[in-house]
Write a protein that binds this ligand. Structure first.
Ligand SMILES: C[S@@+](CC[C@H](N)C(=O)[O-])C[C@H]1O[C@@H](n2cnc3c(N)ncnc32)[C@H](O)[C@@H]1O
Length: 391
């Protein structure tokens, strides 16, 4: 019989996406969650873990805590890590790596804590098998997460994802400033797009937002193209169960009867976008236009715009006019649409000249950004809506 025993699971995400992650978990049937900054905690079975890795769009990692304890000093950490039955988790022939976050004053160097942990694991194997597993920091079979809090409380977790979940497996080529897949998906989910209307990205670059939108629209799991997840290297991996999860996911694809449209002014970037869309198997689901966004005629059926314009980060680049044109274009052509735009350039955002109805703080990599919502309807310029600021 298949084990239904539950484990604690921590889904890590980016700042500002926690609430959409909770919604995504609800869709997977997980109702009891604990919300933290950049993480959501919940309990689930092995099946939940496999499904979560396959389906969660706004998470970047899923880790499973296996032991928590307090320590007095570095030796104490070594001894307690050595007590864990690592040989039940992986074999001596597999490689491992430690990712560490350390706030405790016991260690004035994060690396030292990771070093002690690595030694404890290697020594346990050596004492049992006369052989130790190798460390591989690039592509380890097993990623172990070490967290030591300010109160010297330690949590050892296994990383069930391995490579971060934004590595969907479809990206063949990158534009100059691609947005990460989990943020792109998180933005679309934050927009509240109901999948019953058209979708446009004015500045589509390598196509990340479009690809994520097409997968959301057709109910395709974001990580269906990934070859490997961390949990596949665990001794407890249940291949039959995982195949069932995949088969079930493949049956969930739904029809989408509206358009997903990408626009970009740069022909080279458009080429990359096409390549990525093809790699994701979504060629027939996305329409592309190589042109200036101002020259694109809005489709008759209204919908949602989600975009990631240039932020004016490059020396000598000024995007004030571009942002002003974005606002003007919305006013003249996109009556009835909801437009969302992310940017770190707070000055340029003011040039849009429209009153946002929402402002959400998010991070694009290390850049603090605002994700702005502009609701376009006749008389937008006259109506003053309350700004819901979620800084
Ligand atoms: C920050 S990048 C978008 C990156 C994209 N989200 C991705 O993941 O690859 C901004 C894009 O805007 C495009 N762009 C700049 N001005 C434009 C304009 N007037 N009309 C359409 N696209 C424009 C650039 O060619 C660039 O690809």
């Amino acid at each position: 019989m298949r084990s239904e025993s539950k484990m604690k699971i921590i889904a890590k995400t980016s700042y500002g996406l926690e609430e959409v992650l909770v919604e995504e978990l609800k869709q997977l049937g997980v109702t009891e969650v604990e919300l933290a900054t950049r993480a959501v905690m919940f309990e689930g079975t092995k099946e939940t873990l496999y499904k979560a890795n396959l389906w969660l769009r706004s998470a970047n990692r899923l880790i499973v805590p296996i032991k928590t304890f307090k320590i007095k000093d570095a030796e104490d950490l070594y001894n307690k890590v050595k007590e864990i039955a690592w040989e039940d988790i992986f074999t001596v022939d597999q490689t491992f790596a430690i990712d560490s976050t350390v706030f405790s004053e016991i260690f004035n160097h994060t690396k030292f804590a990771a070093f002690k942990t690595k030694d404890a694991i290697a020594d346990r194997f050596r004492e049992k098998f006369d052989k130790r597993p190798d460390v591989d920091t690039d592509q380890p079979h097993i990623r172990i997460n070490l967290h030591i809090g300010k109160e010297d409380d330690v949590t050892i977790s296994l990383d069930s994802s391995g490579d971060p979940l934004f590595k969907r497996g479809y990206r063949e080529s990158r534009s100059l400033a691609p947005i990460k897949e989990d943020l792109a998906a998180g933005m679309i989910l934050l927009s509240g797009w109901d999948k019953k209307s058209n979708f446009i990205d004015f500045f589509c670059g390598s196509g990340t937002i479009l690809i994520e939108a097409a997968m959301i629209a057709n109910n395709i799991p974001p990580n269906i193209n990934r070859a490997i997840f961390g949990f596949m290297n665990w001794k407890t991996f249940d291949e039959e169960l995982f195949n069932e999860v995949i088969d079930h996911a493949l049956d969930q694809e739904t029809r989408f009867d509206f358009k997903i449209i990408g626009i970009d002014i740069d022909a080279r970037v458009m080429g990359m976008c096409r390549t990525n869309i093809e790699a994701a198997g979504l060629t027939d689901k996305i329409e592309l236009h190589k042109k200036d966004f101002k020259e694109f005629d809005a489709p008759e059926l209204k919908g949602v715009i989600v975009c990631n314009p240039p932020y004016g980060e490059r020396i000598g680049e000024n995007v004030d006019d571009l942002y002003a044109e974005f606002g003007d274009n919305l006013k003249t052509r996109y009556d009835g649409w909801n437009a969302w735009m992310i940017s770190s350039n707070m000055g340029a955002l003011k040039k849009v000249g429209l009153r946002p109805s929402r402002k959400i703080k998010v991070f694009n990599g290390s850049l603090e950004c605002r994700f702005m919502k502009y609701e376009m309807y006749k008389g937008t310029k006259k109506v003053h809506k309350m700004i819901r600021s979620e800084d």
